[in-house]
Design a protein. Sequence first.
Length: 374
Amino acid sequence: MKKVYLDNASTTQLRTEVIQEITKILSEDYGNPSSTHGFGRNAKSVLELSRKTIAKHLNCASQEIIFTSCGTEANNWILRSAVRDLNIQRIILSKIEHHAVLHTVEVLEKEFNVQVDYVEVKSNGAIDISHLVELLSHEKKTLVSLMHVNNEIGTVLDLDKVGRICKQHNALFHSDTVQSIGKTEIDLTNLPVNFLVASAHKFHGPKGIGFAFVRKNSGLQPLLYGGEQEKGLRPGTEAVHQIAGMAKALSLSYSNLEKDRLHISELKKYLISQLELEIPEFSINGSQDGFYTILNVLLPFSEEKTAMLLFNLDMKGIAVSRGSACQSGSISVSHVLKEMLSTEDLNKPSLRISFSHFNTHQDIDLLVEALKSI
């Protein structure tokens, strides 16, 4: 049975070159980058070269890249330090953010009594920019946290536009860019953003490593305390092999960006055309023009088929994820879809199908055939 992996918004398959890079560093450059002897200096060289490589792809200064274990850690650090150390009194976000942001803000609201305002979300999952401007008109030291590409429905935020609005109102702007870095161009010299985050495993790198972009002179303070690694902002011995793998994955992603984007966009269009042909009653959650790697569809299936949908697809070797996440045998409504869909549609199954350059037309055919048989 051919296995079909269409859950790339969750995690991605490592590129062969990335595995080779990680293995090489583990074998040859195993020194502690904080050590002053030759082994340490070699590891430090790999570390800083990786930092420069990442910074070059994002057009920022290398000292603005701080390595973390993942995007979740980076989000927690930035949001908490903004409130604790930068005296942010209010956070503006949406109710369709990733839980790494939503849950962190909920805790900060209780712990620091910070004001939390939610910007309205349109029926297609887009942020209501007019409402954001209205919220920013109330003067208070504010941080805006809005994700670039929504991880469930693929709606895209105009970072430049929102960044300029924030700047006009003297608000800091943080964006969770976990789903977009490595998959679209980001120019941080010209983009008015204060903080971004990334996870390597979203762009065919290893799990357990990510980074934060922190604009110079931000004033952020560390979340943890210990050594002086990462300019004192993130103590602990750096995982050099993971960092080198991440830099390699990002370089390969950007060097293949045009080709991969064309291939994946064509696959997404092909899937939509096949669904229109074979399951014409389906609809798209969000916009058909959303980010090219993600498609979230609402299927016209009966309620009894909803609970077993993922199981049946998995039995056929097909990996996708539910818009309404299924956990521990019970179905809980997706917090993203809850903001967009009617109660009736929330009871129907939604599937998030997310693509990579490894996918083929045969993968799409197998998915559609499996859905038809269900």
